[in-house]
Design a protein around this ligand. Structure first.
Ligand code: FAD
Ligand code: FES
Ligand code: FES
Length: 1264
């Protein structure tokens, strides 16, 4: 029987097909078979980067060695033949020593929840290994497009890695040389000695005879081919009814595979497909990876005939990301385009721009050459793409290609375009090619414009106008929801043609010329300014997170990182495939017939109360069902759970459960606006708050009316909702990724009819929470516990991203309508504000009156009438999401100030100052200092000048401010144990560590209060035995609440120890502890913060200025600089607080710019995966990000004079919309829009909404 061989961290593995299935990825093998759980999993489609590992493999033709980062979730395990794989465990660990990369990322505070961290390390590790020790900051910064981090805001991670660059600025980043990486501790247990000469890797063993490998995987078969003949031999033996060629296997990241083919043929070792040669054409083997092709382009662009490859290289930089480009081939990409014409392939676009030729080979090894148009209509069944020939282009070529994306990197094109013209000596066009992608499946060439241009002067005004006119007629984009609307794509396509002409034109009007350039993003940098008082250390000391190194080494374990035993089961939800209706029948028989499926359970199997939101717990207004008993209230409503021996099997079986429904005739109501217009409007709306103005001015000179929308947002935790449950002697142990242990304990006990003392809840740590794992995690825990209860087996439920996005509620969108009277100075005379908050299908976690409180906080509210409603929509019950209510309310208040400034033509800062309430006077001093520090006035003038000199690039510089309310609620217990033999201290508390650094802060507070070194204090995960009845970790208050309980406990402990000290002379801590132990003094102590402590509420002030540059012709923008000052009081842990501020701001950036939840009319979420939902990436953050803490700030109300930092900075991120609004308004002038009123821009300020607001027209496009 044939086998494949590979190594993992130096250990050898051999596999036959029978040990795996068609869906077993390298990630599955690492995590589930050999238990290397340091490598994480989330999206399973190459879109998040948590699964990246490093691979050393030889080129099939040259045998040259390469080290590559790959997404282990994309690679099939049988593709790993002769690979040498290094995982995070092999890079460095506690036992063998951590390597410099891990240490540096930890010391730069580049981790928060840590779930993304191993992926970042592995990408950097591979990059270094392959870099020949010479990486620039730019190269490093651009190489992490495939790694998402929701917590940190990227700046510290980039700084840590850029500190390895050869061109790093020695003053800003404390550097070690790249050579230091040679000191990396290689944990590989390989037999071969690693040497520098051999690039520090463990060489793989090549025992293959290059003979076709044939492996049976149950009913499926896997072949590994070494020649074209092998492929066709397999095809003639197996037939062509059901097969797939496997090159990089990254295609499944774009088009998920729903049913596996019978036959797989691995073609990665066919050396012919890896050939490249330069004859007359440049011939590129179809099996070359995109990165290999880029390397060839880089080499060949020096050749006069291939200078144009410089453009292709730059375009390919924007394709996918490093790990995908490392293995994804051009042949695979073209085959995907061949099968799916609507795939916006950049590879196809580039090749078509220069009229490349594809060679296809058939079973007789006959080669046919096809142009790409012919290729598109040629069926590839029983054929192989052999190579692509791209032609030389001699001098006088004019070529430009573009890719417009919803975020800076790792996104498919909204529109891509290629323009290629040749001119004669008179500058008349002799040939012209205009190629577009993403217009409609079969539209690639703008033929009429191409034909027209021939014989015309390219740089002539009339030619431009006519060509634009023809393009305008020719381009008819198809509706492709959730892709941006046809009008947007058309406007971008036209703008790109004009951009190309401007960029090629030797002497266009100087006001227009900059429109020809693309936005150039320099390497980003940031400053973090805060005071620290050494006399207080370890309090107020900038320290790295205490878990940072274990996160950087993959040793930090999360709920889903459990290694299954054969009796364990994996659980998957069965979700409704309708939005509204009733369940008529559930038929799980097909699923249960599947080998390995152990059970199916629905509502009727729940022994106790079918609710995960029992009213015994505070804030629960309505009891939501765990599994729908009859009524379906939203698309993706959980109906049942399937238990199976593997996760993949459970997920597949869940799809086999047949549900018949009685569908409602009413259309789903999916937005606040729809709810307000719905026939059953009255039932959908609940009044939450009415606040009446106590004053009304009489000097109204302007009346401002309008509406404003704060979008919804997916939490995008890198660890999806996860839980494992196991039977115990008393009941059940629930190990769950949640922010609210108490809720889970009550809900599980009620649903299983168990007393609470039989339900143990443990939380090791969270891979991100942001509110999404508060009440919602209870659903997952109850469902998983049900399976354990019914089967008496350990069960594990880790939700796939798509299920998580469809079934779980999100940030509640808010819609405001307002009317305001102001005087000539901008002082509010009256304001009538009505808001509606989208609760989804239940009122749980609703924002009720909190929005009203937040929106009327900073400014004088005496004249504000506010009415707030919650609105029922047919979506999952929405929930708290980082800065709930404050984000929405403060955004509206800031929007109103922008409108006042616009109406009165006053400076937006002055208008704000005029309206700030007297009790918020502390912010005034902050504003004054901040204006000076950020050089506001000078920069305003610079921007005005820039905007007058550039028609198609516009800048904006605007401000946002906040008074963020902090109020304490709930109980937070802390238990501290001190160990007599060495005096070390262990803490467990009722807060949940989810990246916000609560454990580090608590340890600092404990060490400070007890006056012991920080190094002897550590904190363990939370559980309901030591910390019963804890409130949810929410609202930024938990760190402080737990810190307060810690102080109480420590103070009492000190009191207990006091008598012991009397008999000792200048005792050390260890001596005191030992003496106390000998006297039988209890060295464990607990304390709780509760409302009894009467901690006083306070405000957090913040001011932020953002500067943006807008590329008017495409709607693209660059956030060039952000200055943010926040009042942190006297920070307990300044570096942790910097991380919270930066991370929160960048999450807010996503809300306001790139993240979109789009539903179809049936209620199905269309943006439910990484391909369609885009949180910010590393190159979306401010290019220059300056964070500072208010100087000399002491909070008289907060704990140890500090202030909370977890959420407030998110609120300030609305500033980016203010700056963009200014740029949009400037852009509109260029199109002749003579605005006298405020320009309404839909939120978020994504490209589609920006283009809609600019409302471009081709009549404004000129050359002179
Ligand atoms: C996260 C992510 C982002 C991406 N972003 C972009 C982007 O911005 N722009 C873009 O253009 N693409 C993008 N892609 C697509 C990516 O470029 C392709 O997935 C990749 O090039 C496919 O190559 P592969 O070797 O992995 O193909 P595979 O996945 O191995 O194969 C894909 C298909 O091609 C067939 N096939 C493979 N090789 C051949 C051959 N030689 N002859 C005939 N058929 C063959 C296979 O049978 C299969 O049906 C992205 C992909 C991912 C996962
Ligand atoms: S799990 Fe592999 S990229 Fe997301
Ligand atoms: S630290 Fe990166 S996602 Fe949490």
């Amino acid at each position: 029987m044939d086998k494949i061989n590979f190594t993992v961290n130096g250990e050898r593995y051999s596999l036959t097909g029978s040990e795996v299935s068609p869906s077993t990825t390298l990630n599955d093998f690492l995590r589930n078979t050999i238990g290397l759980v340091g490598t994480k999993a989330m999206c399973h489609e190459g879109g998040c980067g948590v699964c990246v590992v490093s691979v050393a493999k030889a080129h099939p033709g040259t045998n040259e060695k390469h080290v590559l980062a790959v997404n282990s979730c994309l690679v099939h395990i049988l593709s790993c033949h002769e690979w040498d794989i290094t995982t995070i465990e092999g890079v460095g660990n506690r036992k063998d020593g951590y390597n410099e990369l891990q240490i540096r990322l930890a010391t730069f505070n580049g981790t928060q929840c840590g779930y993304c961290t191993p992926g970042w390390i592995m990408n950097m590790y591979s990059l270094y290994q392959n870099s020949e020790k010479s990486l620039s900051m730019h190269q490093i910064e651009r190489s992490f497009a495939g790694n998402i981090c929701r917590c940190t805001g990227y700046r510290p991670i980039l700084d840590a890695f850029k500190s390895f660059a050869t061109d790093v600025d020695q003053d800003t980043i404390k550097i070690k040389d790249l050579e230091d990486l040679h000191e990396m501790q290689c944990a590989n247990k390989c037999t071969k000695k690693c040497t520098k000469e051999e690039n520090d890797w463990c060489i793989i063993y090549n025992n293959s005879k290059n003979k076709l490998l044939d492996m049976q995987m149950g009913p499926n078969r896997w072949y590994k081919a070494f020649s074209l003949e092998d492929v066709f031999k397999v095809l003639s033996k197996e037939g062509t009814d059901s097969y797939r060629l496997v090159a990089g296997n990254t295609g499944k990241g774009v088009f998920p595979i729903t049913s596996e083919p019978r036959v797989f043929i691995d073609i990665t070792s066919i050396s012919t497909l890896k050939d490249s040669l330069l004859d007359e054409n440049l011939v590129l083997g179809a099996g070359l990876s995109i990165h290999e092709v880029m390397a060839i382009f880089q080499r060949e662009m020096k050749n006069d005939n291939f200078r144009y490859l410089e453009h292709f290289y730059r375009h390919l930089e924007l394709v996918a990301h490093v790990p995908v480009k490392n293995i994804g081939t051009i042949g695979g990409n073209l085959a995907m385009k061949n099968a799916n014409h609507d795939f916006p392939s950049d590879v196809f676009l580039l090749f078509e721009t220069v009229n490349a030729i594809v060679t296809i080979v058939d079973r007789n090894l006959k080669q046919s050459e096809l142009n790409l148009q012919k290729f598109l209509t040629t069926a590839l069944k029983d054929k192989l793409i052999l190579n692509v020939k791209i032609p030389p282009i001699s001098t006088n070529f004019l070529l430009r290609t573009y890719k417009i994306m919803p975020r800076a990197q790792n996104a498919h094109a909204i529109v891509n375009a290629g323009f290629y013209f040749t001119l004669d000596a008179d500058e008349k066009v002799t040939s012209s090619t205009i190629v577009y992608g993403s217009i409609s499946p079969n539209y690639t060439h703008a033929r009429t414009a191409e034909n027209f241009l021939k014989g015309h002067h390219l740089f002539n005004e009339q030619t431009l106008q006519k060509a634009l006119e023809l393009l305008n007629e020719d381009i008819k984009p198809k509706e492709f929801s959730p892709e941006p609307a046809p009008t947007c794509r058309k406007a971008i396509a036209l703008g790109l043609f004009y951009k190309a002409i401007l960029s090629l034109h030797p002497s266009a009007n100087t006001r227009y010329k900059s429109g020809g350039a693309e936005l150039a993003r320099p390497v980003s940098h940031g400053t973090q300014t805060y005071d620290t008082d050494k006399s207080l250390w370890p309090l107020n000391q900038p320290v790295p997170k205490m878990e940072a190194l274990t996160q950087c080494s993959g040793e930090a374990l999360y709920v889903g990182d459990t290694i299954s035993t054969p009796r364990d089961v994996h659980v998957a939800f069965v979700l409704s495939s309708i939005c509204l209706g009733e369940i008529v029948e559930i038929d799980p028989s097909e699923a249960l017939k599947t080998l390995g499926v152990v059970g199916f359970f629905s509502a009727k199997d729940i022994p106790g109360y079918n609710t995960f939101t029992p009213k015994d717990v505070p804030f629960m207004d309505c009891e939501e069902e765990i599994l729908a008993s009859k009524r379906i209230s939203f698309y993706g409503h959980p109906i049942g759970v399937v238990a199976a021996v593997t996760r993949n099997l459970a997920l597949k079986a869940a799809k086999l459960v047949k549900i018949s429904y009685k569908k409602d005739s009413a259309k789903p109501v999916l937005s606040i606006k729809d709810a307000l217009a719905a026939p059953d409007k009255d039932k959908r709306i609940r009044e939450d708050v009415t606040i009446k103005a106590t004053d009304r001015g009489t000097d109204t000179t302007h009346v401002i009316k309008g509406n404003y929308y704060v979008p919804d947002q997916y939490h995008f935790t890198m660890e999806t909702q996860s839980c494992t449950t196991s039977p115990t002697r008393r009941g059940v142990c629930v190990r769950s990724a949640n922010q609210w242990m108490d809720l889970i304990q009550v809900a599980v006990s009620k649903s299983l009819n168990l007393p609470l003392n039989s339900v143990d809840v443990e939380v090791p740590r969270l891979g991100g929470g942001y509110g999404g794992k508060a009440s919602r995690a209870s659903l997952i825990a109850c469902a998983c516990a049900l399976v354990t209860f019914k089967l008496n087996r350990k069960a594990s439920l880790v939700m796939p991203l798509t299920d998580n996005m469809e079934a779980i509620g999100k940030r509640q969108a808010a819609y405001f309508e307002y009317e305001m009277g102001i005087n000539n100075d901008g002082l509010v005379q009256y304001a009538d504000i009505v808001y509606y908050s989208d609760s989804g299908c239940s009122v749980n976690d609703n924002l009720g009156s909190y929005i009203a409180d937040a929106l009327s906080r900073l400014y004088n509210k005496k004249r504000w009438n506010i009415k707030g409603y919650s609105v029922h929509t047919d979506k999952p019950s929405n929930t708290w999401c980082r800065a709930p209510a404050t984000c929405e309310g403060i955004a509206l208040a800031e929007h109103l100030m922008e409108r006042i400034a616009n109406a009165t033509k006053k400076d937006p800062i002055d208008v704000r100052i005029l309206n700030i309430a007297a009790e918020n006077s502390p912010i005034l001093e902050m504003i004054d200092t901040f204006k000076i520090d950020s050089k506001y006035e000078v920069r305003r003038k610079d921007i005005e000048k820039f905007n007058s000199e550039n028609a198609w690039k516009k800048k904006g510089l605007q401000v946002s401010m906040m008074s963020f309310p902090i109020e304490y609620a709930g109980n937070f217990p802390v238990t501290i144990s001190v160990y007599h033999a060495d005096g070390t201290i262990l803490i467990s508390h009722g807060g949940i560590e989810m990246g916000q650094g609560i454990n580090t802060k608590v340890a600092q507070v404990c060490a400070y209060t007890l006056k012991v070194p920080l190094s002897i204090v550590t904190v363990k995960g939370s559980d309901t035995f030591t910390s019963p009845n804890s409130m949810a970790t929410n609202g930024s208050i938990t760190s402080e609440s737990v810190a307060f309980a810690t102080i109480k406990a420590c103070t009492e402990l000190l009191a207990r120890l006091e008598p012991v000290k009397v008999d000792l002379k200048n005792p050390t801590w260890q001596e005191i502890v030992k003496a106390a132990y000998n006297k039988g003094i209890n060295l464990q102590i607990s304390a709780t913060t509760s409302e009894q402590d009467k901690l006083t509420a306070y405000s957090i002030y913040g001011v932020c200025i953002a500067e943006v540059e807008l590329d008017v012709l495409t709607g693209n923008h660059l956030l060039t600089r952000v200055d943010l000052v926040e009042d942190t009081g006297r920070s307990i842990s300044p570096e942790i607080d910097v991380g919270q501020i930066e991370g929160a701001f960048v999450m807010g950036l996503g809300l306001w710019t790139s993240e979109r939840l789009i539903y179809d009319s049936s209620g199905r979420l269309l943006t439910n995966r990484t391909w369609t939902y885009k949180p910010p990436g590393a190159c979306d953050i401010p290019v220059d990000f300056r964070v500072s803490f208010k100087r000399n700030s002491l909070n008289n109300n907060g704990v140890l004079r500090s202030k909370a930092t977890g959420e407030p900075a998110l609120v300030l991120a609305v500033v980016v919309t203010h700056a963009l609004h200014e740029a949009i308004a400037e852009a509109r002038k260029e199109y002749g829009h003579n605005d006298t009123e405020w320009v309404h821009v839909d939120t978020p300020y994504c490209m589609e909404n920006i283009i809609k607001a600019i409302s471009p027209n081709i009549g404004s496009y000129h050359l002179k």
